[in-house]
Unconditional design. Structure first.
Length: 76
């Protein structure tokens, strides 16, 4: 799992709007925080499917898929 330091470095690469609420749940269906999702992307998850396998985000009814895609676009 990516260190907090690596996650914070990645957050700084995001557009300002996406830098907010890092510790809030981005995937509310599975209670996965934005920080956890970013950690998976930092660790090499470069697709929605890979993020899903890493932390179960998007594995509810998929309502956060677009937000996860956006994080992947910004960080890979
Ligand atoms: S919020 Fe992530 S699948 Fe619903």
């Amino acid at each position: 799992m990516a260190s907090r330091e690596k996650i914070e470095q990645a957050v700084k690469q995001l557009p300002p709007l996406l830098q907010k609420d890092v510790d809030d749940k981005l995937c509310v269906c599975n209670e996965v925080s934005k920080a956890t999702i970013i950690g998976c992307i930092v660790d090499g998850a470069d697709s929605v499917e890979a993020v899903r396998q890493c932390c179960y985000a998007t594995d509810g009814n998929g309502c956060c898929t677009r937000q996860v895609e956006r994080l992947i676009e910004c960080l890979t």
